[in-house]
Design a protein. Structure first.
Length: 394
């Protein structure tokens, strides 16, 4: 039922938010930019997302916010709730999933710039004895390898979520509280997938460990550092780590898991502690687009650390979806059909999926949060929306 490459889960009902800060542009006579990506084009792209929905998978609701060359476009398609209907709120909250990794990576790179740790420090140096057993060796794994998913560590979510195959399984799991130590311990019961540095293998274990390293370095939990270093400086008023609070604030669209054509469960409220520093943050459209704009503009890091964040390796397991896709430090890079590419990070938890893009020049940003099955036409429609926005600049 669950494929956890990006915390993917079979879900339905969507929030899609596309935010473009200066995208789809052409030059006017006075040298200022004007948009070519229109409200009608956005509506068409959103309708294409909901059009992919089927009885047991898809996205029956979509919301979008687009800012282009100083203009703000917003639109919806579908319904807020499968049972009660109603419009989707454009200001709705959603769980951002693995977008959290980009926030956490920024914190680490800021600590590097402050001289408080090095990317070449080993896990053993900061967390002695934590990564050991079954061939796992923390003394052979660096912080850089954790951030870039080249550590070879088993992904604990493959076991944790892979065991959920029925509604009863999910209901038992849904409100359970997990500690980082418990999640790491699950990974340590498995042998590594490859030697450290030998290959890219996406693993949420890496970022749970990074969260623990942040705590060891600063004396504070990772989410406090994210709050004080990113959320507050950027004025992200609707972004937070919920901890063990299970309630997603209103407004938000309904989100569902489908176990078969007759069995579904609404998943907006859940204990997200199982995701931790790998994917626990909650946000809304305006906040997340502001964050990705800051990433694109290089506003959060010094030049040396920005360069490190964007130094990539081939993302081997993503080649089927995106030939040529690469991964840096908490940041991916995907190609466009029109040439070039964009910086990105997907994010998925039960009921919510987020896709986004920042253009290579940092001037165009797209943020998409949807609820959809893994590897369905819904996801393809979202990637197409990104492609349309960024390629409209060419």
């Amino acid at each position: 039922m669950f494929r956890t490459r990006w915390f993917k889960a079979t879900t339905v009902t969507a929030i899609v938010t596309a935010t473009v800060l200066t995208g789809g542009t052409a030059w006017s006579a006075d040298g200022r930019t004007r948009s070519r990506y229109s409200q009608a084009q956005l509506q068409s792209d959103l309708d294409a997302v909901t059009a992919t929905a089927t009885t047991d998978t898809g996205a029956p609701a979509v919301l979008a916010e687009v800012n282009i060359a100083g203009r703000r476009l917003r639109g919806t398609s579908g319904v807020r709730d499968l049972d009660t209907g109603g419009p989707v709120d454009v200001d709705g909250y959603f769980r951002m999933g693995s977008n959290t990794k980009a926030f956490v990576s920024v914190v680490v790179l800021q600590l590097v710039s402050e001289g408080r740790l090095s990317l070449d420090d080993t896990v053993e140096h900061w967390l002695p004895g934590v990564v050991s057993g079954n061939g796992n060796d923390g003394s052979a794994i660096t912080g850089r390898q954790l951030l870039q998913h080249t550590s070879g560590l088993f992904d604990y979510t493959d076991q944790l979520l892979g065991s959920i195959g029925s509604l009863d399984d999910y209901q038992e799991f849904r409100f359970h509280s997990w500690t980082p130590e418990q999640l790491i311990a699950i990974a340590m019961t498995h042998a590594p997938t490859n030697a450290p540095g030998a290959a890219f293998q996406y693993s949420n274990t890496n970022y749970v460990l990074i969260g623990q390293i942040i705590k060891k370095v600063t004396g504070r939990d990772w989410d406090r550092e994210v709050r004080d270093r990113i959320i507050r400086p950027l004025g992200l008023r609707h972004t937070f780590a919920p901890g063990n609070d299970t309630v997603l604030p209103e407004p938000h669209a309904s989100a569902y898991l489908f176990f078969d054509r007759e069995t579904r469960v609404e998943t907006a409220d859940q204990n997200i502690s199982w995701a931790g520093a790998a994917g626990a943050l909650v946000t809304d459209a305006s906040d997340l687009s502001r964050f990705w704009s800051a990433i694109g503009r290089g506003a959060l890091l010094r030049k040396a650390q920005e360069k490190q964040m964007r130094t990539t390796v081939l993302a081997d397991e993503f080649q089927e979806d995106f030939p040529g896709s690469r991964y840096g430090l908490g940041l991916g890079f995907n190609p466009l059909t029109c040439g070039g590419g964009y910086w990105t990070h997907d994010g998925d938890v039960a009921g919510f999926s987020t896709k986004n893009a920042v253009s290579e020049d940092g001037k165009t940003t797209v943020v998409i949060s949807i609820s959809a099955s893994a590897d369905t036409p819904v996801q393809q429609a979202a990637w197409t929306l990104i492609d349309h926005v960024l390629c409209s600049r060419r």
